[in-house]
Design a protein around this ligand. Structure first.
Ligand code: HEC
Length: 125
């Protein structure tokens, strides 16, 4: 009987630890997402727009961009080093210069990447 009580207690402790961990992780990823949103609005939305739709034939879309889907690893380097030259995104040709962002830390870039991927690439809208 005593042993059973101990097991029950152990389970309760285990579960509460598990859930508090999950909570913390969730809070952390929410904080990262907010940070990503804030950076996106400040550093990217001027050109790519808040909704990721891009701007006519000047700035390519990020939302459901086939280019990003086909080159999922490219975005980090694009944000860091900028991009130039001819590129076709969702059937439209773009050929302008995106400036590099030498002041952003790797962590900040990661948060922007996470934001772009969850907001613009995972929805089927
Ligand atoms: C001054 C305008 C400008 C800003 C600010 C800007 N971009 Fe771009 N971006 C461009 C242009 C122009 C291209 C296409 C470059 C080319 O023609 O080769 C591009 C291309 C891209 C591409 C690859 C093409 C695509 O649509 O998938 C990604 C991804 C991207 N930008 C993400 C970002 C992110 C994230 C930020 C914010 C950190 C950002 N850009 C800020 C203008 C901009």
């Amino acid at each position: 009987m005593k042993k059973n009580n101990f097991l029950v207690l152990l389970c309760i402790v285990f579960y509460s630890l598990l859930f508090s961990c999950a909570d913390e992780k969730q809070a952390q990823s929410r904080a990262n997402a907010n940070h990503g949103l804030e950076l996106y609005e400040r550093m990217c939305a001027n050109c790519h727009q808040s909704d990721g739709s891009g701007f006519v034939k000047l700035y390519p879309p990020l939302k459901n961009a086939d280019y990003l889907k086909q080159n999922p690893k490219a975005i980090f380097g694009i944000i860091k080093n900028g991009m130039k030259g001819r590129v076709i995104v969702n059937g439209i040709e773009f050929n302008l210069v995106m400036p590099a962002n030498p002041k952003l830390s790797d962590k900040e870039i990661e948060h922007i990447v996470e934001y772009v991927q969850t907001r613009f690439l995972s929805s089927s809208e």
